[in-house]
Design a protein around this ligand. Structure first.
Ligand SMILES: [Fe+2]
Ligand SMILES: [Fe+2]
Length: 135
């Protein structure tokens, strides 16, 4: 069973963003699946890299939407993004340096890292952006 299942409660009511969140969820699930079958460190490292790259891409996409629509809470949200990128880069660094092995603890952290951001911070822009015709 997948670690993280997307459901409607995660919808921010903007189609493209929901699709991007699903990509991030599937990368976390892929990491979990490969961890469980004991895949090589390089394989896990590659998925972590993809997760970091896509996270940066996705955050930029959200921030561009904020800028083009004058979202008033843009700065707070951007600051949260910076912290989240630092956290996942830290995991990668510790993993590469052998300080950390991928464990269920790390996987559950990543699940919350993304899930709580969507539910707690991303969802706050839905009604504003919807009101600007972004859907
Ligand atoms: Fe997001
Ligand atoms: Fe966000």
């Amino acid at each position: 069973m997948a670690l993280f299942n997307w459901s409607n409660e995660y919808s921010v009511n903007i189609k493209e963003i929901d699709e991007q969140h699903k990509v991030l969820i599937s990368l976390i699930n892929e990491l979990h699946d490969k961890m469980k079958v004991g895949k090589a460190k390089e394989v896990l490292g590659d998925i972590l890299d993809k997760l970091i790259d896509y996270t940066v891409y996705h955050f930029k996409h959200e921030e561009n939407l904020f800028a083009s629509n004058g979202y008033p809470d843009s700065n707070i949200h951007k600051t949260v993004h910076v912290g989240l990128v630092q956290q996942v880069k830290e995991i990668k660094k510790n993993f590469e340096g052998g300080k950390v092995v991928l464990s269920m603890e790390v996987m559950n952290f990543l699940k919350g890292w993304l899930g709580n951001h969507i539910l707690g911070t991303d969802k706050k822009y839905s009604s504003y952006l919807n009101s600007k015709g972004v859907s």
